[in-house]
Ligand binder design. Structure first.
Ligand code: ADP
Ligand code: TYD
Length: 209
């Protein structure tokens, strides 16, 4: 890592695994101990990318083909990277991001046929950035889906794909964590919020020191 370059931490896992809750708690904890933190999310995290977010997360599950979806998520990520992530890292900040390219590897790469090759090619061409550290919040798929459904939002396109998709995504994330074992750390999300948060703080402080 270059001197004065920030640290890029991502959170991954199935819907309802507690990523939004845990990214917020980690950001608060790191700020409390004096770090300069940017908390962000995907899809979204910049003005243009938040506009694309509504296009991909609302409406019928079959609104887009997997290929079109891949292009939309990648367009959103490129804007987010240019306008939020890269400037913060150049400024020496810790960027905590709720989902990033691993979600595309899973959801667009695996969910409807095998598009992983196209996902990887587009990533190399247009993004080319990997996190320094990725926390995988592992979680029972049925519990995750029940939690996600309990939230009652309009952003249910992916949740409407149901338990079968959640199962496939969970296994896919575990496989991905093995593939990129240098940057992935696994945390058990099937526990109380503060227990999960304690584990994550430890993982991150070990990484930062
Ligand atoms: P994600 O961002 O991974 O979809 P959220 O953080 O939004 O997950 O959590 C989904 C729902 O479950 C929210 O209503 C949240 O308050 C709740 N929740 C999060 N973590 C836990 C936990 N450890 N135990 C019980 N409920 C949780
Ligand atoms: P998110 O808001 O993180 O949902 P949740 O809080 O329920 O986990 O993400 C919304 C959905 O977008 C989620 O179902 C996964 C999907 N997604 C993709 O399909 N591809 C991607 O590249 C990203 C970032 C998210």
């Amino acid at each position: 890592m270059k001197k004065n370059e920030g640290v890029f931490i991502t959170f991954e896992g199935i819907d309802g695994s507690g990523k939004s809750t845990q990214t917020r708690l980690l950001a608060e904890h790191l700020m409390d101990i004096g770090h300069d933190v940017v908390l962000t999310r995907e899809p979204g995290g910049s003005k243009g990318a938040e506009e694309i977010r509504a296009l991909v997360l609302e409406g019928d599950p079959d609104r887009w083909s997997a290929e079109t979806e891949l292009l939309l998520f990648t367009a959103a990520r490129r804007d987010h990277l240019e306008r939020t992530i890269e400037p913060a890292l150049a400024n020496g900040q810790i960027v905590i991001c709720d989902r990033f390219a691993d979600s595309t590897r899973m959801y667009q790469g695996l969910s409807r046929g095998n598009l992983r090759n196209k996902v990887d090619q587009l990533h190399a061409l247009m993004i080319g950035k990997e996190p320094d550290l990725t926390i995988l919040v592992d979680m029972d798929p049925a519990l995750g889906l029940a939690r996600a459904k309990g939230r009652q939002t309009k952003e249910e396109r992916f949740e409407d794909f149901g338990l079968e998709l959640q199962n496939k995504m969970r296994q896919g994330f575990l496989d991905l964590a093995r593939q990129y074992d240098q940057r992935f750390r696994l945390v058990d999300g099937n526990r109380a919020v503060d227990e999960v948060a304690k584990d994550i703080s430890k993982v991150v402080s070990d990484f930062l020191t």
